[in-house]
Every structure is written in structure tokens, then in C-alpha cells.
Design a protein around this ligand. Structure first.
Ligand code: PLP
Length: 354
């Protein structure tokens, strides 16, 4: 750190992304990416002509993409805000609505805390129940921004529409942001509630269920006035934050929706198979509706197991946090990858490799 950094950022602890080691070829089950490529029709939209057009700025209004996303959800373009990945959206949400404070679960997506600290937002971390579920009745604020990942990460556990509705009804003075990064893998989206609740924001990403993590595209659905607020902040930061190529990929992705629905179904199928295999090996697996599972065993320490798997060429995610240190978060890959994962895991448990 230099002596020049503003005082207010000196204590900021930045988000730590999942590792991307290059020392060997890993089965990469640590950052919840899709094991599948984008749809063929999406891959085909980029040619040299599109690259040449990069001399021109991208459309800062992203109108075509917003119209397509609006149509997809029965909303209008004015209800859609698009950003460079959904982390970017979350950043704007904390910037815009955090001044009265914020509430989010104590075990959830690590970035919420980072954004809160970045924007000097006072935050309350609401504890999860013993079984790692969210008690929706604990979210009662007086204007504090409420942020909940549904399904939650890294647990994979879902809240139903009824509970989300209850949170909205209990908090008419708060903006309620539901982060649906993983909803397409088996959860129930709450975007139909937007018509009823002017304080609801639904945050979505192309990174997980749209096989486009490296393209960096996310969006928010919500009431027109909220979307206007977020646009204002985006135009005050970096209006061209989505590049021309990603805009084209994003539009083509909406057109290829059926392909992605099939990918999600396959992930859900492999998730259930993997859960069964792990359970038969004595693991406890939380009931996940996401493209990852959160699991632990009593016969080996979580961190040790993570390291043993890494040595065997399988990357999973371990969080050094007391309540969840025994668990591993395992992204669901292809069935072949998961078979290989189970095989190497069994070898570790059988001994010799500990
Ligand atoms: C992955 C993830 C995001 C952000 O993903 P982007 O790649 O920035 O779109 C947001 N929320 C949760 C809960 C996530 O797991």
C-alpha cells in the first residue's frame, strides 16, 4: 500500500476470487462456471467484421439487449439495467441504496460485505438458522438495503416466492435486492413480483446459467424508477462498461434460450447424481438448487480434503470461516468430470493420499 491511498480505503479488504492456477490441468470445480460452451448460434456472432467494429464505442443504452431481456421476462426495456457482470450491478445497488445501512445473511456471497465496506455502508449480518436456511422473518429493516442471494451461496439453499413476498411486505421502506445468480438451476424467480413491489430489484448474471462468465454480463430487473437511479450511477461511472462483442453475445444468448434451459436441466441432473454418490460415501450434502453443492464429511478436515483434492488435480472451493470450515463447495461439472472427482475423492478417503 502506498502512502497516497485515501484513508477511507486503507482498511478495505478486497474480495478474493476463486483461484485460477496454471501449474497443471485441473478439473475445475471451484468458481461455479458452466462446463458447457455458449450455444453454437452465440459463438457464431463474432467474426472479424465485429472485431473491426471495435473502433466504435458500444451502445451505452444497450437498448436492443434490454428490449430482448424485457421481452423474455414480460417486462419493458425500462425495467432492465445491464452491467459488466452482476458484481457491477451489486456495486451500484450498494452505492445507490446503502446510505441507511444494509442487511444480508452472515453466510452468503462474500462480495456483499466488500461492497458495503467500499461504500462505507453500515451493515448487519443476519445469522442463518442451524440448518443453514434463511429465516425470512429476521429481515425487518427501517430503510436498510436488504440483499439476499436466492438460492443462497455457498449453501445452495432456496427461499420460496412466499417468503420473498413476506420480506417485501415487511420492508416497504427498504430496497430489497434478490440476487438470482443461481435461480435457473432449480429455484423460483421472484421477478413476477416486480409489478406489485416498487422496492424489488432482481439481480441476474450470464456467468453461471448462460455459460458466459468471461463475457462479463449481468442485469437487474425492477421498477422503472429504481432502474433510472442505477442508470444515473452507471452514466456517472462508465457508460460504455459493456463492450460491443459482449452486447452481441448477450443478445444472441436470449435468442438461444432453449439451449440454456437444457444445459441447466443437465446440471441439475448431474447435481442429483453427485449428491447421491457423496451421500453413499458418508458425506452430508445440503439440499442445493444451484450449480454447486456444499458438502462435508466427518472423517477428514475440510481444508485438508480441499488440499488433498488439489494435489490430485481437482479444484474445489474451501472457505476459511469457522461455521463452514468443514465444508467444501463443489461446482457441478459434466457427468464425466463428476465421476472423475468421485473416483479421486474415494482414493483420498481410502488413504495413502491424506
Ligand atoms: C457469481 C456470483 C455473482 C456475480 O457474478 P458475475 O460474474 O459478476 O456476474 C453474483 N452473485 C452471486 C451470489 C454469485 O455467486
Amino acid at each position: 500500500m502506498s502512502q497516497f491511498l485515501a484513508e477511507k480505503y486503507k482498511k478495505l479488504e478486497a474480495y478474493v476470487p476463486g483461484e485460477q492456477p496454471r501449474d497443471m490441468e485441473y478439473i475445475k470445480l471451484n468458481t461455479n462456471e458452466s462446463p458447457f460452451p455458449p450455444a453454437p448460434s452465440v459463438v457464431d456472432v463474432i467474426d472479424s467484421k465485429q472485431v473491426e467494429l471495435l473502433r466504435l464505442y458500444s451502445d451505452p443504452t444497450c437498448l436492443k439487449l434490454r428490449q430482448k431481456l424485457g421481452d423474455l421476462h414480460g417486462l419493458k426495456a425500462e425495467n432492465v439495467f445491464v452491467t459488466n457482470g452482476s458484481d457491477d450491478s451489486l456495486n451500484f445497488i450498494f452505492m445507490a441504496y446503502g446510505h441507511m445501512g444494509a442487511m444480508f445473511p452472515n453466510i452468503s456471497y462474500g462480495f456483499y460485505k466488500v461492497y458495503a465496506e467500499l461504500h462505507q455502508v453500515e451493515y448487519t449480518e443476519i445469522p442463518l438458522c442451524k440448518d443453514f436456511t434463511i429465516d425470512h422473518n429476521m429481515y425487518k429493516g427501517w430503510g436498510q438495503l436488504i440483499v439476499i442471494a436466492n438460492p443462497n451461496a455457498p449453501t445452495g439453499i432456496c427461499l420460496g416466492l412466499k417468503e420473498i413476498r413476506q420480506i417485501l411486505e415487511n420492508n416497504p421502506k427498504s430496497v430489497v435486492a434478490i440476487d438470482e445468480a443461481y435461480v435457473d438451476f432449480g429455484g423460483e424467480s421472484c421477478y413476477p413480483l416486480i409489478a406489485e413491489f416498487p422496492n424489488l430489484l432482481v439481480v441476474r448474471t450470464y456467468s453461471k446459467s448462460r455459460n458466459l462468465a468471461g463475457g462479463r454480463l449481468g442485469y437487474v430487473l425492477g421498477n422503472k424508477d429504481l432502474i433510472e437511479d442505477l442508470e444515473k450511477l452507471k452514466y456517472s461511472t462508465n457508460p460504455y462498461c459493456i463492450n460491443r462483442l459482449t452486447l452481441l453475445l448477450g443478445e444472441a444468448t436470449v435468442d438461444a434460450n432453449d439451449y440454456y434451459v437444457d444445459c441447466c436441466k443437465e446440471i441439475a441432473r448431474v447435481r442429483e447424481n453427485t449428491t447421491k454418490s457423496l451421500e453413499s460415501m458418508g458425506f452430508e450434502v445440503l439440499p442445493s438448487k444451484a450449480n454447486f453443492i456444499f458438502a462435508k464429511t466427518d472423517v477428514m478436515d475440510g481444508k485438508e480434503l480441499y488440499l488433498a483434492l488439489k494435489k490430485k488435480g481437482v479444484l474445489v472451493r474451501h472457505f476459511d470461516k469457522p461455521q463452514i470450515a468443514q465444508y467444501l463447495r463443489i461446482t457441478i461439472g459434466t457427468q464425466e468430470q463428476m465421476n472423475e472427482f468421485i473416483k479421486r475423492l474415494q482414493e483420498i478417503l481410502d488413504g495413502g493420499d491424506k
